[in-house]
Design a protein around this ligand. Structure first.
Ligand code: ZN
Length: 154
């Protein structure tokens, strides 16, 4: 029944909204560190005021720590918290693969849906709102450039 299905969809959307609001109100790994081992990337999205800085510390090809700081909409700020949990303690290549596929999911392009996105799955609905895709990916872009810099130096 269409009505029943619509209820299920609403329930899923509510769950996703709760995940996003939880990370927005109680951000994990927030606050930058004054530590020279960390690499930093700052990106702004003037269209909605998002301003995010991602700081990562990598060692032996592994993302050992991710910090974030910034201001902006709930989607942008919460996604920085989500990625800091999801990508921490992963090999750099694996983190980049997840980030790449997340970006494709948000852009409504084919992506590897066997990847366990965990809380990041909550943003899949953003693909229906093209104006917000930047909000959902800006922190991920910043993350990618912090770990790609490490590659360049090696
Ligand atoms: Zn935004």
């Amino acid at each position: 029944m269409p009505g029943y299905r619509r209820n299920n969809m609403n329930r899923l959307e509510n769950l996703y909204r709760q995940i996003i609001m939880d990370h927005y109100k109680n951000p994990r790994n927030k606050g930058l560190l004054d530590d020279a081992r960390y690499r930093k990337e700052h990106i702004k999205n003037p269209s909605c005021g998002d301003d995010v800085t991602i700081q990562t510390y990598c060692e032996d090809g592994v993302v050992k720590d991710i910090r974030h700081e910034g201001t902006g909409c709930s989607i942008c700020c919460s996604s920085a918290s989500v990625l800091s949990e999801l990508l921490k303690d992963r090999p750099i290549e694996e983190a980049l693969t997840i980030s790449d596929n997340y970006t494709k999911m948000i852009a409504n392009q084919p992506y590897d849906d066997t990847i366990e996105f965990e809380d990041a799955l909550a943003y899949q609905g953003v693909r229906n709102f093209p104006a917000r895709t930047k909000c959902a990916t800006i922190a991920w872009k910043a993350f990618e450039s912090t770990v790609k810099e490490v590659d360049d130096d090696e």
